[in-house]
Ligand binder design. Structure first.
Ligand SMILES: *[C@@H]1O[C@H](CO)[C@@H](O)[C@H](O)[C@H]1NC(C)=O
Length: 175
């Protein structure tokens, strides 16, 4: 009977998420962001645009889902090691740039979304949901960093909030 404790203990350690699963979650969020960005930057407007809004909504929903999954992964994770922290910091800096550039695309495309009336309000709701989800994800990841890195990590992710706030403010203007 005693022997059965060991495999269970091993199983428990493999179930706990770690830096690699947080990095995988970030890679997924980053790829969702790029796909959504590409779809939005190819938006044509007009009647074709109405059809094009469907993949935008689907990709937006996928992104939101994957951010929320990332939060679950980070919440379940043990505290990251120093090496994992460095890797996560690097991935975060890249993700921040990707999010900033995608939000810029969303802002640039607003005039075309506005022409179809129904799209911009939906984008606004998505942006608000994604901002809230991203905040939770950042907090969940930062909480798993060794204490001395948390303040720096918060300053790395801060520009995301600024970019979201800016995009949300622009999307609120018309209505
Ligand atoms: C978003 O799309 C723009 C315009 O096509 C492009 O310049 C930018 O690199 C893209 N950003 C990402 C994160 O894919």
């Amino acid at each position: 009977m005693r022997f059965s404790i060991l495999p269970i203990a091993l199983l428990a350690t493999t179930v706990v998420a770690d830096g690699a699963s947080i990095l995988a979650a970030m890679a997924k969020i980053s790829s969702d962001t790029s796909k959504l960005n590409a779809t939005i930057s190819n938006f044509h407007g007009g009647l074709i645009g109405l059809g094009e809004s469907i993949p935008i909504l689907i990709q937006s929903t996928t992104l939101l889902h994957d951010i929320n999954q990332g939060t679950k992964t980070a919440t379940a994770s043990a505290e990251l090691t120093f090496d994992e922290t460095i890797q996560v910091a690097g991935a975060t800096a890249d993700l921040v740039k990707g999010v900033q550039s995608s939000l810029q695309t969303i802002v640039d495309t607003k005039p075309e979304f506005d022409q179809l009336l129904v799209i911009s309000p939906v984008i606004l709701i998505n942006l608000e949901q994604q901002k809230a989800a991203t905040d939770k994800f950042s907090k969940a990841v930062v909480a798993k960093l060794p204490e001395q890195f948390r303040a720096i990590a918060e300053s790395i992710t801060a520009p995301i909030d600024v970019a979201f706030d800016d995009a949300i403010a622009k999307y609120k203007k018309f209505f």
